[in-house]
Write a protein that binds this ligand. Sequence first.
Ligand code: IMP
Ligand code: ZN
Length: 372
Amino acid sequence: MDAGGDMELPEWCKLLPKIELHAHLNGSVRDSTLLELAKVLGDEGVINFEDVVHVIMKNGRSLPECFKLFDLFHILTTDHQTVTRITKEVIEDFAAENVVYLELRTTPKQNESKGMTKLSYMKAVINGIQAVDTVDVAFVTSGANNLPLSETTPVNCISNCNKRKKIYVRLLLSIDRRETTASAMETVKLARELKDFGVVGLDLSGNPIVGEWETFLPALKHAKEIGLPITLHCGEVPNHKEIKAMIDFCPQRIGHACFLKEEEWTRVKVLRIPVEICLTSNIQSERLSSLSNHHFADIYKVNHPVALCTDDSGLFSTSLSNEYHLAASTFGLNKRDMFILARSAIQFSFADLEVKEELSKIFCEAEGTLFM
Ligand code: IMP
Ligand code: ZN
């Protein structure tokens, strides 16, 4: 019997506990917040509000347009107070979708005019995690006494007291493809420094036609040496020299993988590298023309490790519940398939064993309700 009683599929997908492994902070900001921030900057004469509203509300953007938009988002969001605000809101939004583990990634930014360093940017992010008050947030900061985060409260597990929902939050630091080797190295060192503040790994992202793999390799190699897991945006464009080099590097996960050739898939499958799949993002950013021949179908069929993710839920007006619904309706997954798929993502997360066990328990408990 198909489980879940007579609950409609979208509602069921929302109820399903979910693991989010590929979400960019600045791509996940609510439109309403962006508009509010744009209004303030418009009033101050920093931007032209009308032009910006048009850009924010537009649906369907090519990949290059998305990166122009990120530059605009960064103008709107990059001061400490706003970074704290958007972090808080993004976590609340994911929790509202029943995401029980969120691996949120963001690019540490420095901006002299705002007195911002990569470290102070991350402090603002961490303050945002601590500021969440509508859900219970589990966020590790053990043994943090010697870290340069004096304004941030180091405690073992920050638990905001309202117990309606619980979400585990961990952070990945992104290296932007526009960065230099030295800047990428700085981000890796920061990730190591912030290990006790919930940072569990690194990401390489940014405009895929910008920058060379070799530029980031020394920093990524260093990350590997010091035991920091890595996920790479891989194959967003058909740059096969780079795709090969990325697979040879053997990262812990890859994101997108839209333009891999048969032999590249073979290597990914042999190496069992988990793939973060972002269906709506791939279509809306025009990386792929249709879901009907999306590579998810093939890798799912052969049981390759795969996780459904949002990428930029704000930018692409989606949610993780919606991504599951989309996968179900496009590829014929039933509720049991979705439950197994959602639960399997626990193993591909960069969280420690203890957290993984807690997440498994959450799925175990939810099973009864979902399959009555
Ligand atoms: P942030 O790191 O919190 O500022 O999130 C936005 C950033 O994430 C963008 O400026 C890009 O560098 C990166 N990003 C978001 N979506 C994508 C994507 O689809 N491909 C590559 N990079 C992305
Ligand atoms: Zn991404």
